[in-house]
Design a protein around this ligand. Structure first.
Ligand code: ADP
Ligand code: ZN
Length: 648
């Protein structure tokens, strides 16, 4: 079989490169021909020598070619002279007549002619002068031909590109537009990702492992009358490893893996999306058992019939309908499993989620401490790390980081270590990398006036002081006033990972967040724009307390949160004007109350606050120990928590 194929392949096929080859050959031929046939040439000489020969009467004819060159033909007797030995002897082949003995370029034609006629008449010579225009006939011929050759070549090239079949190939050509743009990974491109490369995510891995099993041993399940699921939806924040997981499924199952993004279906032209879906499923069925992976499926899977103001969504709906049809269409025995990933499961069309389509939803969460440690271990493998590197410590320093963030930290740390000229990647490099990823690049030379620096120091000291004093506020790890990215200073905290949050905890956190502005007010009696991100955070939190979690007594046990996302573009609020006012008032009350609380706390601790700010101004970065020195041990500190950061 394979031998036959090879033989077939060896048959010379027309290739667009032939056109280029042909053009080159023509060029070469022309140059060769014109070299041997066109202008014949003599040995080079100078005008001065020429005039000497002329006066000696050796020259029979001077041929002026193209008004800038002279070709000298000697008389028969002169050609035999000793001094002309090195000149070119007339050719025997009479292809283009006689060739000149000498040739040279003169400067100005008028001048040369004058000199020449004077010399001829003075010496009474019989030398003749002739004029000639030499043309490269072949060159001209080619020049007229070249555009046609090029046009034909380009045309053939385009035709070939157009007619070459899709085969899962790159689209873009007008005739391929309905073909799916899925990238195919199979035995040939071997997907090397396995479950070993996916750290943590135990639950998700287990579910996904089952899919691998379905693909490998379908009989095992069908023999008992069960149906093999058609699709699984991976839901989780960006960078949590959904794509990685899907790739691992393909790698483990050893089946072809079609990967594409939801937006690949969408095109300007009507009907293209649907056609691509059809094509994708056709290809997948041909290669079954196989896996189709659609990343960012919300690009097409958004609930239908919403926000349809302009009709521009029709195309997307058609695509989605086609997808639904295809998923219904293939039987349980086709062994094609569709995996899809999204971070917005709430906006997906319900029809996608019903049994028989994406009947499994696999949640891929942000990793916790333990999982982060495992992810670190995966990404530390290729690094040359310091011997005593503590991965426990690293994973504690990176709360809220996704797998992708951690991969980024590892890479960044290696770069930082290399920049420092270190032999291995150490703890400090990782800390620098974390700081950099969280806060952006350090800008030590950002121009800040001493006054501004003082304000920033007191602001950060305010956060630190308030959070130190409040039971439920997250304990502090580090405060810095080194400008970084957009922020002028930052405070690092160790928040507990809580599953449910009580109002007290939320209020304490808000109070600590307002501590920055409160400190500015207490110390300088004026506030600044520096608290923008604090205010943003606090406002969001207060709004959530009132409208989402039902934690406001006056508004009551009501939530306006809609988990189905159906009201995303709604024009109407789900509450009356009075309630709107009440909500606004409640939000404002909560925030003001916490602000006043922060102010009175700081008033009472003004001396310590000032002391802390001075230390901060002096050292630029301070840690928990510095705070302990000033405030004494924090009474409500618990062990084991994680670091998070807060920026201005
Ligand atoms: P998503 O598709 O969820 O946005 P990806 O799967 O593309 O995220 O993950 C991006 C990168 O992050 C991966 O290539 C991998 O290097 C890293 N990563 C994410 N999660 C993990 C994990 N659980 N284990 C190992 N690496 C991970
Ligand atoms: Zn602040």
């Amino acid at each position: 079989m394979s031998n036959d194929k090879k033989v077939n392949n060896k048959k010379p096929k027309f290739s667009p490169y032939w056109v280029y080859g042909l053009i080159i050959v023509i060029f070469l031929a022309i140059n060769l021909f014109s070299g041997s046939m066109g202008s014949s040439s003599g040995s080079l000489t100078t005008p001065a020598e020429f005039f000497r020969y002329l006066k000696d009467g050796d020259v029979e004819n001077v041929q002026i070619v193209n008004r800038h060159e002279a070709k000298i033909f000697l008389t028969a007797e002169a050609a035999d002279k000793e001094i002309h030995k090195k000149s070119v002897k007339p050719q025997l082949l009479p292809i283009s007549g006689k060739s000149p003995n000498y040739q040279f370029e003169f400067g100005d034609l008028q001048n040369f002619e004058n000199q020449l006629s004077v010399a001829v008449s003075d010496n009474n010579l019989a030398t003749t002068i002739s004029y000639e225009t030499e043309q490269n006939v072949w060159g001209d011929f080619l020049l007229t031909l070249l555009p046609f050759v090029l046009i034909i070549g380009v045309w053939i090239f385009i035709m070939r590109r157009m007619s070459s079949g899709g085969g899962g190939g790159a689209g873009g050509q007008i005739f391929n537009i309905g073909k799916s743009k899925a990238k195919l990974f199979d035995q040939n491109t071997d997907v090397k990702t396995t479950f070993k490369d996916v750290a943590g995510l135990e639950g998700a891995k287990e579910e996904v492992q089952e899919i691998v099993d379905f693909l490998k041993h379908p009989e095992k399940y069908t023999s008992l009358g069960g149906k093999i699921p058609k699709g699984a939806l991976l839901v989780g924040q960006p960078g949590t490893g959904k794509t990685l997981l899907a790739k691992a499924v393909a790698g483990e199952a050893q089946v072809p893996f079609f990967s594409l993004s939801g937006s690949d279906f969408v095109e300007m032209f009507v009907g293209v999306g649907a056609s691509r879906v059809r094509d994708l499923f056709k290809q997948a069925k041909e290669k079954s058992p196989s896996i189709i992976f659609i990343d960012e499926i919300d690009a097409i899977g958004r609930a239908r019939g919403k926000s349809n103001f302009s009709g521009s969504n029709d195309e997307r709906e058609n695509t989605l309908n086609q997808l639904l049809t295809e998923m219904d269409g293939f039987g349980t025995n086709t062994n094609v499993i569709v995996l899809a990933a999204t971070n917005r499961a709430d906006v997906l069309d319900k029809a996608l989620m019903r049994a028989g389509r994406f009947d499994r939803q696999i949640f891929v969460d942000l990793p916790d401490v333990r999982e982060r440690k495992e992810i670190f271990n995966v990404h530390l493998r290729p690094l040359k790390k310091a011997k005593n590197l503590d991965t426990d410590f690293l994973s504690k320093q990176t709360p809220g980081f996704s797998g992708a963030d951690i991969a980024n930290v590892c890479n960044e740390a290696a770069l930082i270590a290399a920049r420092k000229g270190n032999k291995s990647v150490g703890k400090q490099d990782f800390l620098d990398a974390v700081d950099r990823i969280v806060g952006g690049l350090e800008k030590k030379n950002k121009i800040i006036t001493p006054g501004e620096k003082r304000a920033v120091a007191f602001h950060e000291a305010g956060h630190a002081t308030v959070s130190w004093m409040l039971e439920h506020a997250a304990p502090l790890v580090k405060v810095t006033i080194v400008p970084r990215g957009q922020s002028l200073g930052a405070a690092w905290y160790l928040p507990e990972e809580r599953l449910i949050v009580r109002p007290n905890q939320m209020l304490d956190e808000m109070c600590a967040a307002l501590g920055g502005r409160a400190a500015e007010k207490v110390i300088f009696n004026e506030i600044s724009t520096g608290a923008l991100s604090d205010l943003e955070k606090v406002t969001k939190q207060a709004r959530a307390m009132v409208t989402v979690y039902g934690l406001s007594e006056k508004v009551g046990n009501i939530t306006y949160y809609d988990s189905s996302g159906q009201n995303e573009y709604g024009f109407t609020k789900p509450y009356s004007e009075q309630t709107a006012e009440l909500i606004d008032r409640e939000i404002s009350n909560i925030i003001e109350e916490q602000y006043q609380r922060a102010i009175s706390l700081l008033e009472a601790n003004k001396v310590k606050l000032t002391e802390l700010a001075e230390v901060l101004l002096d050292k630029e970065v301070i840690f928990k120990d510095n705070l302990e020195k000033i405030f004494g041990k924090r009474p409500f500190d618990k062990e084991e928590a994680e670091v998070s950061t807060e920026e201005e």
